[in-house]
Design a protein around this ligand. Structure first.
Ligand code: GDP
Ligand code: MG
Length: 309
């Protein structure tokens, strides 16, 4: 082996050692960065820790399942056993609740207002105006189907009046939006007792639209206004659905009547209302499993629930 070859080999060995040392140092740095960040990431991960206060997690503190049979056998025992020792969280005062609601609505109002202003300020009434109007409504959470219906109604009126200036659409859009929310519709919540009987609220809707959350919040609100409330967990599709409601019940200090997973939801609803009558509560709120109005079987199930309560 001549000297040149020896030097070449030595050079390669030195270079390889330097590369390995560099890689090892980088690996250590990455480890250090990850271990510094991990606890914070874990703390802020959804579903870990305390949550936002609006969505009770389904955790180990949830009371054990209480079957419909036990309810039928003695609703008082159920009413007692479903209230956990967790401190009761009362609803926030009405003034701050309304302020929060107003500020949130204000945000979408502004987005809608700004968007509509931009539409009404355009030079010509062309296809872009209709497209922008549709986008503005959708971005203001009006809903795709409703947005199309509203724009169609505005288009028809604009055509019939031969409008050509987008500024003239303002009054038309206003009128169509007001019609769309049907101001004549009675939206009040019937939570007053009817003689000896409790008011019954049946919560229905499509999946994931906030039925259980609303049921829980409503229970908390009514309980903080000194109403005696009882909840019925008639979403028997998943055990977790009833547990979610039980957690809300615990927070609000309100009893929950639940059935076993897969039980007939109508029977759970019936038991809940019966327990409400027996315990002389003011309001029974029955949470149901989500369903689409197009599923006939599930809609029939809902009719059955309505019939029995
Ligand atoms: N941003 C927001 N999220 C909500 C609201 N109500 C419910 N949610 C969330 O929507 C998801 C589904 O809610 P849930 O009450 O379980 O819906 P359900 O399937 O209709 O019972 C949950 O993650 C809730 O925390 C709400 O008013 N605003
Ligand atoms: Mg639900």
């Amino acid at each position: 082996m001549d000297v040149t070859t020896l030097l070449l080999i030595l050079g390669v060995v030195i270079a390889a050692t330097a590369v390995i040392a560099f890689i090892a140092r980088r690996a250590k740095e990455v480890d250090a960065i990850e271990s510094t960040h991990q606890p914070e990431e874990l703390r802020s991960a959804p579903g870990v820790g305390s949550g936002d206060g609006d969505t009770p997690g389904v955790g180990s503190e949830v009371a054990g399942p209480t079957t419909v049979e036990q309810v039928a056998g003695g609703s008082e025992a159920v009413v007692g056993s479903e209230i956990a020792s967790e401190p009761v969280v009362s609803a926030e005062p009405e003034i701050s609740r309304m302020q929060r609601l107003r500020s949130r609505l204000g945000g979408s109002n502004n987005a809608l207002g700004r968007g509509l202003f931009a539409v009404f300020s355009r030079d010509r009434l062309d296809d872009e105006v209709w497209q922008d109007l549709t986008d503005t409504l959708i971005m203001a959470d009006v809903g795709v189907e409703s947005a199309f219906e509203i724009v169609q109604a505005v288009q028809e009126i604009a055509r019939s009046r031969a409008l050509s200036d987008p500024a003239d659409l303002q009054g038309v859009v206003r009128g169509v939006l007001i019609d769309a929310i049907n101001p004549a519709l009675d939206r009040s919540l019937a939570v007053e007792r009817s003689g000896d009987l409790p008011a019954v609220v049946l919560v229905v809707g499509v999946n994931g639209t906030g039925k259980t959350t609303t049921t829980g919040k409503l229970a908390r609100l009514l309980a903080s206004e000194d109403h005696d409330v009882l909840l019925g967990a008639a979403d028997t599709f998943r055990a977790a659905a009833a547990e979610q409601l039980v957690t809300w019940g615990e927070r609000a200090g309100v009893p929950v009547v639940r059935g076993t997973e897969g039980a007939d939801p109508a029977s759970v609803a019936f038991e809940a209302v019966s327990a409400g009558v027996d315990n002389d509560v003011d309001v029974v709120i029955v949470d149901t499993a989500g369903r689409l109005h197009t599923k006939t079987g599930l809609m029939d199930e809902l009719s059955k629930i309505q019939r029995v309560i």
